[in-house]
Design a protein around this ligand. Structure first.
Ligand SMILES: Cc1cc2nc3c(=O)[nH]c(=O)nc-3n(C[C@H](O)[C@H](O)[C@H](O)COP(=O)(O)OP(=O)(O)OC[C@H]3O[C@@H](n4cnc5c(N)ncnc54)[C@H](O)[C@@H]3O)c2cc1C
Length: 616
């Protein structure tokens, strides 16, 4: 099995459903044709298969090591990333002016999905570097872009995001890394206001290695008050570029900055992505004659977290896509296995006939249940992620300002779902894939156990599942007086109208069911916010997130099913029948769970708030 993604599926999503070809009529993409999109996708598929998939297990078995001087990674990781850069993928969506191919984000993500499916840990270095460069392109000065973002897009420098600290993970307002201005003329530095940073950053992916000439750390830190105390709250956080090696005025590399590797974290999965504890400013190196890591502020002081959200939002969609592709890879493995593994016999009216040959396990309804669930989770999540990528294009290039504003609002609303839903349900898909392989799934002879271990991270990093839930219920549904929720409701409403007018009775029925589920979400959020006690409201955040996510995915599946039914489906068109059938599965088996998840919220139940520490 070497097709990382079924090409018919990708073509259906990109061209039949999301009308990717229409993007070529926008000025930004005028140089492209469907043919250039297809060539990029084919190049990604081949590269992912030849250079990424080939060391997925190897890097899992040989996790990064620190020998006291250097971090040792298997050489295949660098070779794959070099090939990725050489093929133009690091700058696939970047402006031509910055050496980019100026592809739509939609096509970039369709390409990137192959790297995730092949080897999510190696792909992570690229994802971080692209996200880091994109933040600088949006918020950096011309000099910062030239000195740091351009070399990243050229693949000479790699990037990280340094937010977390040992005592501050979800609660970034409690970070303690401090940044002190260097000299009275600190504002005059060509690369941006210059500071010395000190503090410890935990969990930094790609934080130390020798695969690139430099590592551009984007670091959140606080600037102390005159008395040396750190100001409180997120509004006191600023953002700094802190390169591993300082960059001279002419772009050449200078001294080693004061950033020391304190240790590596040894993880359950994603092992090929080196994960580090970094000490900034401990004095191991003395750049420009002193201790303290030299950093250049990006944007205004106090705006750091808001600016960092540029990278975080992109990374959340990226994490969702990674989770999706792990789910998809497991689905394809277990499907292949289920078609080949003979076990048991079908139950005829007279019971089983032991004289008959065994059937492949795909003949058992329970195995088909697990395959259908995986298909619904992974292909549905891929559709959602690509829908979000298309919104990223629309927010920059839609013809009208109204269209661009709409895209931004919808993307804001959907980002917690695009991150959390694949992280939860494509992990469940991996769980089901292991189950289908039975005992073999539990061994390291098959990749499904690694997919599960790799995927387990995705509910934790880039804002845990619980934090996504707080973001959705606490911020997104109430932002701008509920404008985002209303826009999502209208968008889903358009699909429902089409469904109600459809020929097929199932489609009409699903339209009615979805309408009821959307009303239920609106009602539950109103009910929760009428409690007049934010703690009581937010106690329901995670079940609300799950219900919301399932409603969004029911909408996606209904819309896909409508796209599949635009013309009569030939009896032997297994692909389109498969799309319609996955939609049916979702409405019959998955959507009813919304009622269970929303039940306590609708009743204003206080079980969680009433729980006392001592009772546990
Ligand atoms: C492999 C890996 C790679 C990572 N890469 C990076 C990276 O590159 N850069 C970076 O900056 N960070 C990175 N992280 C850090 C990651 O983002 C954090 O682990 C995450 O934000 C959670 O922080 P924490 O681990 O301190 O958990 P905590 O914040 O202590 O959370 C523990 C639990 O408490 C819950 N919780 C916390 N606060 C609340 C609340 N207010 N309400 C309800 N529940 C709450 C959480 O949901 C979670 O379940 C990485 C982490 C891992 C494991």
């Amino acid at each position: 099995m070497n097709d990382l993604i079924d090409r018919r599926l990708l073509d259906f999503l990109l061209y039949d459903w999301l009308d990717a070809e229409s993007l070529t009529r926008r000025p930004r993409f005028a140089e492209h044709l469907r043919g250039t999109f297809d060539s990029a996708i084919e190049a990604a598929a081949t590269l992912a298969d030849h250079e990424f998939a080939t060391h997925n297990r190897l890097s899992d078995l040989n996790e990064p090591r620190f020998d006291g001087v250097r971090v040792q990674l298997i050489p295949e990781i660098k070779r794959a990333l070099d090939a990725f850069v050489a093929s133009g993928f690091m700058a696939a969506a970047a402006d031509a002016e910055h050496g980019g191919l100026q592809l739509p984000v939609l096509i970039e993500k369709a390409c990137f999905a192959h790297f995730n499916a092949a080897n999510v840990a190696t792909a992570a270095y690229a994802m971080l570097t692209i996200g880091n460069a994109n933040l600088l392109l949006a918020h950096g000065t011309r000099r910062q872009i030239d000195a740091f973002a351009r070399p990243e897009l050229e693949g000479r420098f790699f990037g990280t995001m340094c937010l977390s600290e040992p005592q501050a993970g979800s609660s970034l307002s409690d970070i303690r890394t401090r940044a002190i201005p260097v000299g009275a003329d600190f504002e005059q530095c060509a690369l941006g206001p210059r500071y010395r940073l000190s503090g410890t950053k935990m969990w930094i992916s790609g934080g130390e290695h020798e695969m690139s000439d430099n590592i551009v750390h984007l670091v959140l830190a606080k600037i102390p008050e005159a008395d040396g105390a750190l100001p409180v709250g997120v509004k006191a956080i600023s953002l700094f570029i802190v390169p591993r090696v300082l960059v001279n005025d002419d772009g050449s590399l200078g001294e080693r900055n004061d950033i020391a590797l304190a240790g590596l974290n040894h993880k359950m999965g994603y092992r090929g992505t080196v994960n580090t504890l970094l000490n900034f400013g401990e004095g191991k190196f003395r750049p420009q004659g002193g201790a303290g890591a030299i950093g250049y502020r990006v944007g205004a002081s106090g705006q750091g977290l808001a600016i960092m959200f540029h990278m975080m939002n992109e990374a959340r969609i990226g994490v969702g896509l990674g989770a999706t592709m792990l789910g998809y890879a497991g689905y394809r493995q277990s499907l292949d296995y289920a078609r080949q593994r003979p076990q048991g016999r079908s139950m005829g009216t007279g019971g089983k006939d032991a004289t008959q040959p065994q059937v492949p396990i795909i003949a058992h309804a329970d195995i088909r249940r697990m395959l259908l669930a995986q298909k619904a989770y992974a292909e549905g999540a891929l559709a959602l992620n690509l829908y979000c990528a298309r919104l990223m294009d629309d927010e920059k290039t839609a013809a009208s300002e109204e269209g661009r504003r709409r895209a931004t609002l919808l993307l804001d609303m959907l980002t917690p779902i695009a991150k959390s839903w694949p992280s939860q349900w494509c992990l469940e898909a991996n769980n089901l894939a292991i189950q289908i392989l039975g005992g073999y799934g539990y061994t390291r002879d098959f990749p499904v156990e690694q997919y599960w271990r790799d995927n387990r991270l995705n509910m934790i990093h880039e804002g845990t599942h619980g934090i996504q839930a707080l973001d959705l219920l606490g911020r997104k549904v109430v932002m701008r007086n509920g404008a985002g929720l209303a826009l999502l409701g209208t968008t889903i409403g358009a699909t429902i109208s089409h469904a109600l007018a459809a020929q097929h009775p199932d489609t009409r029925r699903f339209g009615v069911v979805l309408m009821g589920a959307v009303d239920r979400i609106a009602h539950a959020s109103k009910r929760l916010w009428s409690l007049d006690n934010p703690e009581a409201t937010l106690a329901h955040a995670t079940p609300f997130l799950q219900a919301f996510g399932h409603v969004v995915l029911a909408w996606i599946w209904l819309d896909l099913s409508l796209a599949a039914s635009r013309s009569d489906i030939a009896d032997d068109d297994a692909f389109l029948h498969g799309i319609r059938h996955a939609c049916r599965y979702f409405f019959v088996y998955e959507l009813p769970q919304v009622a269970v998840w929303l039940g306590p919220a609708e009743a204003g139940d206080a079980t969680l708030l009433d729980t006392r520490d001592a009772w546990l």
